[in-house]
Write a protein that binds this ligand. Structure first.
Ligand SMILES: Cc1cc2nc3c(=O)[nH]c(=O)nc-3n(C[C@H](O)[C@H](O)[C@H](O)COP(=O)(O)O)c2cc1C
Length: 180
């Protein structure tokens, strides 16, 4: 699986949630995390010359992954520009790598709604790119500042359980899609 966090900050709750998923992955599943920090901003003039190497790497890793796991911060009721920029780069033809890909998502925010609005925007982009998004569980980590410790460890046991369920369901969902 390939994990992609839409936040670049060191103490990011979303990056921490992704690392938690990495640690909680069930037997047979490994999650590699792709760092979006080196990606340039999307520019069609640059694309016309050729995908920058880091974008080529991202596209190749998406293509090769059995499934994707997005960690989706909420910025102004939508996904972060960092995440949207990465999706925009990776999505350009030819051979767009998201096509037919099983996907799950989670998100963390200090607010009470825990990235729900952003995740629904992300789902919309996933639909357009023909990804197959796992419906449930929806992992929306509200009041994130109360659920992670200073070291970025997710200490809230019910939330750890939701992430475990998400990964178990993603593994089954991936097998189901690969069979067809
Ligand atoms: C530009 C900006 C817009 C934000 N808008 C929202 C928002 O609409 N809803 C929300 O719950 N949190 C919002 N926040 C707060 C973020 O959820 C919070 O900064 C969170 O920690 C970001 O994720 P991270 O910890 O992974 O970096 C916003 C933060 C920024 C910087």
């Amino acid at each position: 699986m390939l994990g992609i966090s839409g936040s670049l900050r060191k103490a990011s709750y979303n990056a921490a949630a992704l690392r938690t998923a990495q640690a909680l992955a069930p037997a047979g599943m490994t999650i590699e995390i792709f760092d979006l920090a080196p990606l340039p901003l999307y520019n069609e003039d640059v694309k016309a010359i050729g995908f920058p190497p880091v974008v080529q790497e991202l596209r190749a890793k998406i293509k090769a992954a059995d499934a994707l796991l997005f960690a989706c911060p909420e910025y102004n009721y939508s996904m972060s520009g960092v995440l949207k920029n990465a999706i925009d780069w990776a999505s350009r033809p030819p051979d767009q790598p998201f096509d037919d890909k099983p996907v799950a998502m989670l998100g963390a925010s200090p607010s009470a709604l825990g990235t729900g609005r952003a995740q629904y925007h992300l789902r919309q982009s996933c639909v357009f790119l023909n990804m197959h998004v796992l419906n449930k569980p929806e992992v929306m980590i509200a009041a994130a500042h109360t659920k992670f410790d200073d070291k970025g460890t997710l200490t809230d046991e019910p939330t750890r359980g939701f992430i475990r369920d998400l990964l178990t369901n993603l593994a089954a969902w991936t097998r189901r899609i690969q069979r067809h």
